[in-house]
Design a binder for this molecule. Structure first.
Ligand code: SF4
Ligand code: SF4
Length: 425
């Protein structure tokens, strides 16, 4: 393991290099998700390399990429898992229940479109404006990402209100397609995004999530994105800059202890990036109690439990993964869980509906900053609860009936142009 995690470069996602691998199994024994002895890890690694079915890795991996950081040879073991998933997907397809998580076709109900249909009218109007293809006034396109689109009220914070936000679910960056190994689909996504960026012609990209920042900086250029930005910035850096420059002033420091759900991609940007949410939280008055699964050893909020071909977005696997995190969060005794990815907010608030132990409050870091400024967040506790209900009931009505189906499917072509916005919902 490197002493200090440095920001990755684009080669981090290169294909697995079998020549370099000497089967030490350091990668898999340090997996924060799957517990393996060294002996088991070596066996799993051999099976992965030989393309044989594994006992655990291909079923339970959440493509968090931590194993890549532990490989002393930089052999990119996570890429080998994605490659094997891709082969399995091409061979067998995905279980039918996964269709509910494919969001590029607004004509089919999916877990996000169901939520969009149930947004309050005011929020629907806000999100509709983001679909505009009219030229930008400034140089920077603020990209909300699918998860902020479903929690659009977050962008009503005073310090975000002047941003030129553009996006819609159908301009998804393809993060989950990448993390599930669907290479060909990701290339179709980049074709769609390239065309969109060439219409709007932004010089800079401000991304309202860490995952999207990584996808645009480090992944899509591998998959054919040709559009070039002068700068791609994460909103966490943007927020910290605003706090440092005094543009966000803390009038009511919070008296709150929080524990943190790490974003899967924060580690890709190194220690300094992982420090940013912590610096923000301390500045606004929070005490932080970390769980062991933090920073580069973090565990995904739970959605990663759905990524393997075997899981095909099984809600039970996703929930089980979230529950494991809740157990650790509760042990800290903190007042609340802070997330800095709206996807974690969606997964954790939804999973918490079935977590029958005492629930903890879950806040997005934007809400906490607003509270510390003395500003009332537009994303109220009631709205968060309604949003979690919409995610939950969407899954219950549309995905659960297909849980036991033996049918499989492959993802249809993602056309260059998404359908007209109005057709979406
Ligand atoms: S990608 Fe993450 S979950 Fe998968 S084997 Fe590597 S460390 Fe484990
Ligand atoms: S990929 Fe790296 S860490 Fe994993 S077994 Fe091979 S050399 Fe060891």
């Amino acid at each position: 393991m490197k002493e200090k995690i440095e920001p990755i470069d684009i080669s981090f996602f290169d294909p697995f290099d079998e020549e370099k691998c000497h089967l030490c199994a350091e990668c898999l024994i340090n997996c924060p998700i799957i517990d393996l002895s060294r002996e088991e890890a070596i066996k799993e690694m051999k099976k992965l390399i030989n393309g044989h079915p594994t006992k655990k890795i291909l079923e339970d991996c959440q493509s968090c990429f931590t194993c890549n950081f532990y490989c002393p040879e930089n052999a990119h073991p996570a890429s080998l898992i994605l490659q094997r998933w891709n082969e399995l997907y091409k061979d067998k397809g995905l279980k039918k229940r996964a269709k509910y998580y494919i969001t590029h076709y607004p004509q089919y109900p999916n877990f996000r479109s169901y939520v969009m249909e149930n947004l309050p009218d005011q929020t629907k109007d806000l999100v509709a404006k983001w679909a505009s293809l009219e030229p930008l006034e400034g140089d920077t396109l603020t990209y909300p990402g699918c998860n902020v689109i479903t929690f659009a009220e977050l962008t009503q914070a005073s310090f975000l209100k002047d941003l030129e936000i553009r996006g819609r679910l159908e301009y998804c960056c393809g993060e989950t397609l990448f993390r599930t190994g669907f290479e060909d689909k990701l290339r179709e996504v980049t074709t769609r995004l390239d065309k969109w960026f060439n219409i709007l012609k932004p010089k800079n990209l401000l991304v309202l999530c860490t995952a999207g920042t990584n996808v645009f900086r480090n992944i899509l250029p591998h998959y054919g994105l040709t559009y070039e930005f002068n700068e791609i910035k994460s909103y966490i850096q943007f927020l910290w800059d605003k706090i440092k420059e005094g543009e966000i002033s803390i009038e009511n420091p919070l008296d709150l202890t929080v524990t943190i759900q790490e974003s899967c991609y924060a580690k890709m940007f190194g220690e300094d990036y992982m420090d940013l949410p912590r610096k923000i939280l301390r500045t606004i008055g929070c005490d932080i109690i970390e769980i062991d699964a933090c920073r580069e050893d973090m565990r995904c909020c739970g959605i990663g439990g759905g990524f393997s071909v075997d899981s095909s977005y099984s809600p039970l696997s996703i929930m089980r993964s979230s529950f494991r995190n809740f157990k650790d969060f509760r042990k800290t005794g903190a007042d609340a869980i802070c997330v800095y990815c709206a996807g974690c907010l969606a997964t954790l608030t939804t999973a918490q509906k079935l977590y029958f132990r005492k629930n903890m409050k879950i806040y997005h870091i934007i809400e906490l900053i607003q509270k510390a400024m003395g500003e009332e967040p537009a994303l109220t506790d009631t709205i968060k609860k309604e949003r979690a209900n919409a995610f939950f009931w969407g899954i219950m009505k549309n995905q659960m009936p297909k849980m036991l189906s033996r049918k499989r499917f492959t993802i249809a072509e993602i056309p260059e142009d998404p359908p007209e916005y109005k057709e979406a919902w």
